[in-house]
Write a protein of this length. Structure first.
Length: 373
């Protein structure tokens, strides 16, 4: 099974499928569409606009209006056109290498193989929705609403992003927001007439210092100003400055609290004559470890034990499409894909000896759901 998995994986890894490679993403989606149709699923490509490739929708119950489980992984990678020609998929020892081999082509393939191997009597008891989106690596902007719609029709969601390098699955994720704040002042000669200037950089610095006071490490509230720009020359009072802020929180109540305070601070005057504007560029709700999610995690643990495996969990600070499904009140677990590491660089690898484990655990999980319906 693993060798067959790797042959199928090679077909989709060896296609340039960076988010901007629209034709390549479409080719990958079409490949999976054919594979799902080959096992009796109904599959279609979903038009998500002209800025990205299509999404892939597949189901074993085409007439269903509600689903027992939603399965998600993304079709796109971070790598530009031409990457495959330089370093196509290769296998060295117990690892497979290539652009997106782990993130997230192996996750897409794990979903397919888990469903492919299910007995017909199990599949007949379940209604399953597979939603693979084309733009996760750029924030799922075009697929966000589609994923929310799919989640709203599902009882639970499993996200097949890679497991952590230590093998842990992800039971919770922080929510995140990114803001851009632009400061407008008045320029002047810093030597001859500095009093005529209104220092946008100084206003930005004072604002940053105030916002950083909102951080609370004990509650997991972090604020990072990862981009700071301003000024043109040392002898010119700067009339323009801008900064970008990353906010991370474990729960949506903390987001509501801190977001409100950030917006209040953005309305204050930090330097007389300097104004500022703030834009929240994107927001991902938290993926909390709710009671329903904990119950689903226990079922995953049971499935793993029945297959002879142990499961470890961790909470992750990064966001994924699991944050989107969880925002709809759907119990969500993440990191169900195989293990590997070095994502988003030319050293990205997949641990081949973890493929079977993650397929088998997913299969058994589906079986347990079917048995308990």
């Amino acid at each position: 099974m693993v060798q067959e998995f790797l042959k199928d994986l090679e077909k989709v890894v060896n296609v340039d499928a960076g988010t901007a490679c629209i034709d390549g993403v479409k080719q990958v989606a079409e490949t999976f569409k054919g594979m799902y149709e080959g096992i009796g699923f109904t599959a279609k490509l979903v038009d998500l606009g002209d800025k990205v490739g299509p999404g892939l929708f597949a189901t074993n119950k085409p007439d269903a209006t509600h689903y027992d489980v939603m399965l998600n992984a993304h079709l796109d990678t971070v790598f530009p056109a031409g990457t495959v020609a330089v370093r196509p998929m290769s296998i060295k020892g117990d690892r497979a290498y290539g652009p997106g081999v782990l993130d997230c082509k192996a996750g897409c393939m794990t979903i397919f193989y888990a469903l492919k191997n299910l007995p017909k009597e199990t599949l007949d008891k379940l209604s399953i929705l597979v939603a693979c989106n084309p733009d996760e690596e750029t924030g799922s902007v075009s697929s966000h609403d589609w994923l929310k719609e799919c989640a709203s029709k599902s009882d639970r969601a499993l996200i097949f992003e890679p497991a952590r390098e230590g093998g842990e699955l992800v039971c919770a994720r922080k929510g995140s927001s990114t803001y851009k704040i632009t400061f407008h002042g008045v320029s002047a000669h810093a030597g001859n007439c500095p009093e005529r200037g209104r220092d946008a950089v100084f206003a930005m610095v004072k604002f940053i210092a105030a916002v950083k006071e909102l951080a609370d490490w004990d509650r997991g509230i972090t604020l990072n100003f990862g981009v700071v720009r301003g000024g043109t020359a040392a002898n010119v009072v700067p009339d323009l400055a801008e900064t970008e802020l990353d906010l991370r929180v474990w729960n949506d109540a903390d987001y509501d609290e801190v977001n409100a305070k950030i917006m209040q601070l953005a309305q204050q005057t930090w330097v007389e004559g300097v104004t500022q504007e703030i834009v929240e560029k994107n927001h991902h709700a938290a993926m909390p470890l709710s009671e329903a999610t904990q119950a689903m995690a226990s079922l995953i643990e049971e499935a793993a034990k029945l297959e002879g495996y142990d499961i470890a969990w961790m909470k992750a600070g990064g966001a994924s499409d699991g944050n989107t499904t969880a925002s709809m009140g759907v119990p969500t677990l993440d990191g169900l894909g195989p293990v590997g590491g070095e994502m988003h660089c030319d050293r990205e690898y997949l641990e081949i000896n973890t493929i079977e484990k993650h397929i088998k655990v997913a299969e058994r999980f589906f079986t347990l759901i079917a048995e308990r319906k």
